[in-house]
Design a protein around this ligand. Sequence first.
Ligand SMILES: [Zn+2]
Length: 91
Amino acid sequence: MSEATKRCSKCREEKPLSAFTRDCTKTTGYHSHCKDCRRIWRAERNEAGQTNNYRMVKRWRDKHREHWLAVDREKMRRYRARQRAEREEAS
Ligand SMILES: [Zn+2]
């Protein structure tokens, strides 16, 4: 009994399907790159500044966290007040 294999389009190696991540958007149901290649590709991309960008976004969000929480609270307060007003109107 042989396990189904698939050729990685990056390293050109024939590998078992378990070496590929599933991807339902692909017709084959699997990624065209094996897990190893994807890991390398991700690491390279991270080095190219993706992580930096992510950290910056995170820092920005943390910095303005209080502000956004306040905005949310205010929205919720208005929403509740409106609901209450509507209920009172109906009764
Ligand atoms: Zn590969």
